[in-house]
Design a protein around this ligand. Structure first.
Ligand SMILES: [Fe+2]
Length: 256
């Protein structure tokens, strides 16, 4: 494990667990329950130095409450506060039933870490795989930014607002990502953006701030591929050290 940067808030970004109502068999093509269970010990190792956890969506594969419940059991064992974002595979009612308002792990808009706030966005577009930030969501973002005072901001949204250099994934990304990027450019307190959805780690910069995606806990997609392709990588998560000066140190932890 990497030593935490001085004075930083450490966030563990878990993404795309994709569990189903019926647990996967060890012989399944995608043994997602086994991968999620394998991640537990490593997440526990990191939890001692971490301040919060953010799940960037696709908690479930089938939208079921049973799948959300099994993901929640693993997350609650870490004993950290956190924010859960809905992905295109998730059903809001099932997520809300599992991660109730006021619980340490919830769908609350703002995860307050003192010098930093994580502001979460719902990019689900009903019936679509791609994402969209509706007017109400953008208004809520603007209100949260106005309320954030001097805090540094990490934006979290399931669908990445930038191209990840994979044509098939870019076609199902955030279809109005520029609305988010415009806010990033206009507001120097927004220190970065994290997303899931693309099942691999991707890093770029926009207006001098990092825009990052996380690998999946389930199955990885091949980086740089213009067509759908599975990669052989293990489940993995991203850690982020949110530093007092507004910079972010980050890396990927793979679970062999
Ligand atoms: Fe996913």
């Amino acid at each position: 494990m990497i030593e935490k940067a001085q004075g930083a808030c450490r966030v563990l970004q878990v993404s795309d667990t994709h569990l189903c109502a019926t647990p996967s068999a060890p012989t399944a093509e995608a043994p997602v329950d086994q991968r999620w269970q394998a991640a537990q010990a490593r997440l526990m190792d990191w939890a001692g130095s971490a301040d919060a956890i953010v799940h960037t969506g696709d908690v479930s594969d089938d939208g079921s409450a049973a799948a959300c419940q099994r993901v929640a059991e693993g997350l609650r064992a870490l004993n950290l506060p956190g924010q859960i974002l809905p992905g295109n595979h998730d059903e809001p009612a099932a997520l809300l039933k599992t991660f109730a308002p006021g619980d340490p792990l919830s769908l609350a808009r703002v995860l307050d870490l003192g010098a930093w706030q994580v502001i979460g966005l719902d990019s689900r577009k009903p019936g679509a795989v791609s994402g969209h930030l509706c007017e109400a969501e953008l208004s809520a973002l603007d209100a949260a930014l106005a309320d954030a005072g001097d805090a540094w901001i990490l934006l979290a949204v399931h669908h990445p607002p930038v191209s990840v250099n994979c044509a098939w994934l870019d076609a199902i990304g955030l279809n109005n990502g520029q609305a988010l990027l415009d806010r990033l450019e206009a507001n120097p307190r927004i220190a970065g953006v994290i997303s899931g959805h693309v099942h691999h780690a991707f890093e770029t910069m926009y207006a001098g701030r990092p825009v990052l995606t996380a690998p999946a806990m389930s199955v990885q997609f091949l980086a740089g591929s213009d067509e759908f392709a599975i990669a052989s990588g293990p489940p993995a998560f991203r850690w982020l050290d949110l530093c007092p000066d507004g910079t972010i140190q980050t890396g990927i932890e793979e679970i062999d």
